[in-house]
Design a protein around this ligand. Structure first.
Ligand code: PMP
Length: 425
């Protein structure tokens, strides 16, 4: 987030593995995966620099519009179709996560229109969901600040409650969480009219909302409701795909059975700006009928990005980084267990290589700690211990490169515990 109110910038100039250096020569351990959960293979990978350089020398770019494509773009699409669950074999490339989400929304609406249901324009998303900053994706995002002061935003968007175990009492009252959420979804669909809804968009595990894991029966039951009403399900896997939470696609692990999956971030580990949308064969086929899918970005399917993504996926496979997210999660859980006694810590959540510490002013009322205080704590963790963690709303987020060592995870959790232990005074 760009904001001059946050003071002087820490200017990062170099990186290797899970370590980065700032302009003053200070060494910092990066427990954020490059800041935004995206650096799966870590910093300074020569192999990826070489893949980019080779591709630039061979062919820096050519469009993938209409009758054109490039060999690397096709190779990457084929590779992704092979990794994706079920029949999600049609791949559309974008420049990043927001573009992927907006592409999914357009595809869902067009799919229904081309099949004779033009009234299906509404999109359901969730409070605390994060889907990007573009006008479309930003409207789906469940943080009001994203929409404030810049409207009108995308029409025909409705939000439902998220699965949020720590705040179950205030969100669902006495009701069993999944029962409440399914009833709310059904009521929302009935209110808008099932024949007017195109899709629901949701992260399998909510990232920006604070690593919120749904109950096991949540996604299968949501899927059943949506299928019954002919509504598509879009799994926003911009954070979770390619290993962050211990699976190639977390939607498969959670029983979502999505019709469309959006990706970006870990696809290239941040070495190039690239996203990919994976769709069921039938959706790809329907949206390409008639006048085709008149949609695309100049840098869709960029050959350099595609070459980098292929090399990045090679590393993820070769080093078994997807499975490695689980032992890393265990280390985070063990290291952060000491926060159980800290009065300003409301909840600690860990899913694979993603962790959130929810900060509160008061454990009894669960009142969130104001952002400037959370920000100040993360600045202390950085300045006093040389470790970068990220403040996000009232959560402290850790999502390191998947190559972070056990010792480095231990250093991270020890620093977080030490600083937070003194935060309640
Ligand atoms: N979806 C999710 C789940 C995200 O976390 C993000 C970014 N953090 C986006 C979409 C947007 O991606 P981008 O910033 O690349 O547009």
């Amino acid at each position: 987030m760009q904001a001059d109110s946050i003071g002087e910038r820490v200017v990062i100039v170099r990186g290797s593995g899970s370590t980065v250096w700032d302009a003053a020569g200070r060494e910092l351990l990066d427990a954020t995966g490059g800041g935004l959960w995206h650096s799966h293979v870590g910093h300074g990978r020569r192999e990826l620099a070489d893949a980019a350089a080779r591709q630039i020398a061979e062919l820096e770019y050519f469009t993938t519009f209409q009758e054109f494509s490039t060999d690397k773009t096709i190779a990457l699409a084929t590779r992704l179709a092979g990794l994706a669950p079920d029949d999600l074999n049609k791949v559309f490339f974008t420049s990043g996560g927001s573009d992927s989400v907006e592409t999914a929304v357009k595809a869902a609406r067009l799919y229904h229109r081309r099949r004779g249901e033009p009234d299906r324009t509404w999109i359901i998303s969730r409070d605390f969901g994060f889907h990007g900053a573009g006008y479309g994706a930003g409207t789906l995002t469940g943080f009001e600040l994203m929409q404030a002061g810049v409207g009108p935003n995308l029409p025909d968007v409705v939000k439902v409650s998220p699965p949020y175990a720590y705040r179950a009492a205030e969100l669902y009252g006495e009701r069993e969480p999944t029962d409440f959420l399914i009833a709310e979804l059904e009521e929302t669909i009935a209110r808008i009219g099932p024949g007017r809804i195109a899709a629901m968009v949701g992260e399998p595990v909510m990232g920006g909302g604070g690593v919120l894991t749904p109950p096991d029966d949540y996604w299968p039951r949501v899927r059943e409701v949506l299928s019954r009403h002919g509504i598509l399900l879009v799994a926003d896997e911009v954070i979770t795909a390619f290993g962050r939470t211990g699976s190639w696609f977390e939607s498969a692990a959670r029983g979502m059975k999505p019709d469309i999956i959006t990706t970006a971030k870990g696809l290239t580990s941040g070495y190039f700006s690239l996203g990919a949308v994976l769709m069921r064969d039938e959706i790809g086929e329907v949206i390409c009928r008639e006048t085709g899918f008149f949609h695309g970005y100049t840098f869709s399917g960029h050959p350099v990005g595609s070459a980098v993504a292929l090399a990045n996926l090679d590393i993820i496979e070769r080093e078994d980084l997807v499975a490695g997210a689980f032992p890393m999660g265990d280390r985070f859980r063990a290291g952060l267990a000491a926060l159980a006694d800290v009065s300003t810590v409301g909840d600690v959540r860990v899913v694979g290589a993603a962790a959130a510490v929810e900060m509160v002013r008061d454990r009894r009322t669960r009142e969130p700690m104001p952002f400037p205080e959370v920000f100040a704590l993360t600045a202390r963790i950085r300045d006093e211990h040389g470790i970068i963690v990220r403040p996000y709303a009232h959560n402290i987020i850790m999502a390191p490169p998947l190559v972070m060592t056990g010792d480095e995870v231990g250093r991270t959790t020890a620093a977080v515990v030490e600083v937070l232990a003194g935060s309640g005074a």
